[in-house]
Design a protein around this ligand. Structure first.
Ligand SMILES: [Zn+2]
Length: 66
């Protein structure tokens, strides 16, 4: 069910719309940012989950640290 496209409300009560096609339905995914590549780039602050919203129309990925 988590892959069902749905509207997204962001902190601050903002309504997420796609940067590219203005669609407002997204698939939500939690992706690990903890990779050796991240450590190599000294991005240890990023060693946590990212919440990604994939546009159901154009597949653009919008991702957030939530
Ligand atoms: Zn889109």
């Amino acid at each position: 069910m988590s892959d069902e496209p749905r509207t997204v409300t962001l902190p601050g009560d903002r309504h997420l719309t796609c940067d590219t096609c203005d669609n407002d339905r997204f698939e939500q995914h939690a992706w690990k940012l903890q990779t050796t590549g991240m450590s190599f780039m000294n991005l240890d602050w990023a060693n946590r989950d990212a919440t990604c919203f994939v546009c159901s129309v154009c597949r653009r990925i919008h991702w957030f640290h939530l």
